[in-house]
Design a protein around this ligand. Structure first.
Ligand code: SAH
Ligand code: SF4
Ligand code: F3S
Length: 485
């Protein structure tokens, strides 16, 4: 049974696998070509743009054609076992290519590189370079080391690196929507999760550099940014200490203040963010969203489980009641907001009653969509050391089907409530099916498809919704709002 998400926005799903990225129009005096493939969450996709920028300065342009690459980099994910299996398979493909072309350099980046470190070179002999998420500035040097006939590893984690000064190379030239990293790492230690081990300690990025990056994106024609962090609600910048509070008298910027700052880039720049942690979701953030039209009324709030005892074992820091209180606050402060979630089924010790509590929480909240996963034990995590992965595979599969079916029904019900309404859509491009149709998202993050008429990519249009499926709203343009500047 393949794990799937029901709904629309892939934000941190490793099934967003294998996107090859192209860096166009780069001055390329050396003719060296980089092929970079990204797996995992939005943070990895965003990091690949930082990597492309660092290597562009070293004379590399990127290519979508793997056959013409001098360097292949694979930016990897460790979140679940199947994410790693997919990358290993891909690396064996590249190894075959290297047999035919011994000058080819292959590097593994990201979370698997950090988790497996040197063993990538020693046990598997699959690659030449292993570089963890905080060592990308060192890539030109690592590539040189390989050029001198050696293997190269840098998996040092940093307490300070945010790549704040690096202007990422946008790998989707002419795009409309972009990710902007606002922090790195995670201090939460959820017991199931490998991220604190692969990404290190939490640190926030200078708000002025975030503002400037968003402004540059707007000036380049982008109309939507998604601010990224593992737990954006704990964003905190303190001028004296690069994000760590040492002197309580020095003014700080918190997440609500950052949202307010970024919202002022332009009323025509939509702002989204991911991911919120329920334990840190404060009312001031919700009030800020309610105050600005361009802060989208949409919150991705991963619940993981509806059972308080499972949440305790997961070390999530909140109970079922706390979560439901936060949902109530979102609905009260931002009327008409959409809420989506992540759910893990089959965590250690999950009983049938616990599972029923997850189903009943879904009934209570009625998420517009969910990412749903079977628990996958990860080495070194608290859960691996402390609890037994004791829910049988067939029980996991059955429970997953039950929550997927429920979510599909709610997504469909939600979409039906939108039929007859008019929504504001940012046009992202042609629909997959036809050049006569265009698609985009409304403010609540619903995916909308409509006949093209005079709409252009990067403009806002008002769409009257006439029909829907469980994943898509269908409609007709009734007004074109802003021409692209
Ligand atoms: N920082 C984000 C999510 C990061 S990982 C947050 O805290 O919400 C994205 C999602 O992957 C998690 O929300 C969780 O649902 C899922 N996940 C993480 N570790 C997992 C594991 N070991 N097995 C299955 N799913 C997992
Ligand atoms: Fe993992 Fe929890 Fe951190 Fe999210 S908040 S990255 S689930 S440890
Ligand atoms: Fe995967 Fe690392 Fe993101 S483990 S989900 S790529 S932070």
């Amino acid at each position: 049974m393949k794990e799937i998400e029901i709904g629309q926005h892939k934000m941190h799903d490793e099934s967003r696998q294998g996107e090859a990225l192209e860096l166009a129009n780069t001055i390329n005096p050396t003719g060296k070509k980089l092929y970079i493939e990204s797996y995992g969450c939005a943070m990895n996709f965003s990091d690949s743009e930082v990597v492309a920028s660092i290597l562009a300065k070293d004379g590399f342009s990127t290519t979508r054609n793997v056959d013409e690459a001098d360097v292949i980099l694979v930016n990897t994910c460790s979140i679940r076992d199947n994410a790693e299996a997919r990358v290993r398979k891909r690396l064996t493909d590249f190894k075959k290519q290297k047999k035919a072309n011994p000058n080819l350099t292959i590097g593994v980046l990201g979370c698997m590189a950090e988790r497996l470190k040197k063993s990538f070179l020693e046990d598997e002999k699959l690659v030449d370079i292993v570089a963890g998420p905080d060592s990308y500035r060192d890539l030109p040097n690592l590539i040189d080391v390989v050029g001198n006939g050696q293997k190269a590893v840098n998996v040092l984690l940093s307490r300070e690196e945010t790549y704040a000064d690096i202007s990422p190379v946008r790998l989707d030239q002419g795009g409309v929507s972009s990710f902007v990293s606002i922090m790195r790492g995670c201090d939460n230690m959820c017991s199931f999760c490998v991220v604190p081990f692969t990404r290190g300690r939490e640190r926030s990025r200078d708000p002025q550099t975030i503002f400037q990056e968003c402004k540059d994106l707007f000036d380049a024609g982008y109309r939507e940014v998604t601010l990224l962090g593992q737990n954006v609600n704990s964003y905190r910048w303190n001028l004296s200490s690069k994000g760590e509070i040492k002197d309580s008298n020095v003014p700080t910027t918190n997440f609500a203040q950052l949202l307010e700052l970024v919202a002022t880039v332009s009323p025509d720049l939509r702002i989204r963010f991911s991911t919120s942690h329920p334990k840190d979701m404060t009312d001031d953030v919700l009030e800020t969203i309610a105050n600005f039209e361009n802060l989208c009324p949409y919150v991705h709030l991963p619940v993981q489980s509806g059972s308080t005892s499972v949440l305790e074992r997961m070390n999530r820091g909140y109970s079922r009641e706390w979560y439901l209180d936060r949902v109530e606050a979102i609905r009260r402060i931002i009327p008409n907001s959409a809420i989506s979630t992540d759910i893990i089924i089959g965590f250690c010790g999950e009983t049938e009653e616990d599972h029923q509590e997850t189903l009943s929480l879904m009934d209570e909240v009625q998420f517009t969509f969910s990412y749903m996963y079977k628990y996958s034990e990860r080495p070194k995590t608290l859960a691996e050391r402390k609890y037994e992965d004791d829910v049988p595979e067939e029980v996991k599969s059955r429970r997953l089907v039950e929550i997927i079916d429920k979510q599909r029904a709610f997504s469909f019900e939600h979409n039906k409530t939108q039929v007859g309404l008019t929504v504001k859509v940012l046009v992202e491009g042609f629909s997959k099916k036809s050049k006569e149709e265009m698609c985009g998202r409304d403010e609540r993050n619903s995916f909308v498809v409509f006949p093209k008429e005079n709409a252009e990519k990067g403009t806002y249009v008002m769409v009257h919704i006439t029909d829907c499926t469980s994943s898509t709203l269908l409609g007709k343009i009734i007004e074109i709002c802003t021409p692209r500047i």
